[in-house]
Ligand binder design. Sequence first.
Ligand code: LLP
Length: 434
Amino acid sequence: MHHFHYSGSDLQCESVDLAAVAGLYGTPTYVYSAATMEDNFRRLQRGLAGLDAQLCYAMKANSNLAILRHFSNLGAGFDLVSGGEIRRVLAAGGNVQTSVFAGVGKTEAEIALALENGIFSFHVESEPELARINHVAGKLGVKAPIAIRVNPDVDAHTHAKITTGKSDNKFGIPLKYAAAAYEAAAKYPNLKIKGVQMHIGSQLTSVAPFVEAVEKVAPFAADLKARFGITYFSIGGGMGIIYKDALASGQQAWWDAQPADKRPLTPESYGAALVPLLQPLGLKILLEHGRFMVGNSGALLSRVEHLKRGAGKNFLIVDAAMNDLVRPAMYDSYHEIVPVHRDSSRRALVTDVVGPICESGDCFAKDRQLQEVGEGELIAFLSAGAYGYTMASRYNTRGMAAEVLVKGSAFELINARETFEQMIAGEKVPAFLK
Ligand code: LLP
């Protein structure tokens, strides 16, 4: 469920006309719905009722300060992966003490920054990292809280580039070596063993791999509780969202019409399957969802430049490009594309939807059927709230897009479009070229 819908002919986010947003702030612009994020948060919380559960929102999905503040106000901590992300949480007024620090290559400076700010726990990915965290904690005269990320060797059946829980991925310590890693951790004087962690992949659309992974790791978590007194089990993130029927899935009627055996994953079905497996452990349960929290809360607004009619093929050239939203180019991912002004009298158009960047990969969709739209008209890429802006770049010297947050009938710019001057601010021509 989300809050993008047509009011008459006009696409709205909550009660705001997207055409008005584009008129004020231009395009390409990301627009986010605060109500959708809050609904997602509360549904997950309700789905996990009966557990002592804490969301550590995976802010790599969308780390705008306004969005961090929104989740922080709701009671979330954060799943952090860099010193930059720690600093963002601080800048947003969020709580590092309920946040966890993950990643395979934390630097000494990042570890120190996390410790100085009272990080809840480090999620450790290897034995050399234990030694490094111990060393930094010793220098600071503190004990570093840690959990080891175990790799349960479960196939998440998702895109190869975002699956993480198989033994051939770089992540975590294989379950069969994890006991030895905990023994090693226990010997370090400046580490405090606090929990265990896993994360099997992203954009999972069925609950079965989560169940398989929890069933594999739960007995180990129980052993760790008995031996080392761990207090928490982080089951990672990964809950998938709807990309193909994105617009329709904003309506309850769409969900009601889904056949029982084909129902997409929901926080309710996720909770119903996992709570009974987790409850007997008597541990605090951390969740690190990113995409589910924000994915369907965002759309990327773009304006049509031209409709180019090729030999047996149409190209709709728009002003957003792979630098703004790289997911289709990088993962062949699908984003639903809808007109901001719907007009049933228009003909259907089958077209590739492409950006202006000079490479063929700059393509959002191939042979997509859309309502015919022409120069100057607006379209929206849906389900773009996660891994959209955060993966954007300045390729082709295109500045970063603007971001706008909507709440009810209010909306505000939460990140101004990057200017040319900002883009080149750190660059200079060296003296030897002058
Ligand atoms: N926890 C850990 C340890 C992770 O590595 C990730 C994501 C998450 C949590 C959050 O996963 P989520 O709930 O968002 O699925 N750029 C890709 C997704 C990369 C995910 C990386 N790790 C995409 O656009 O599909």
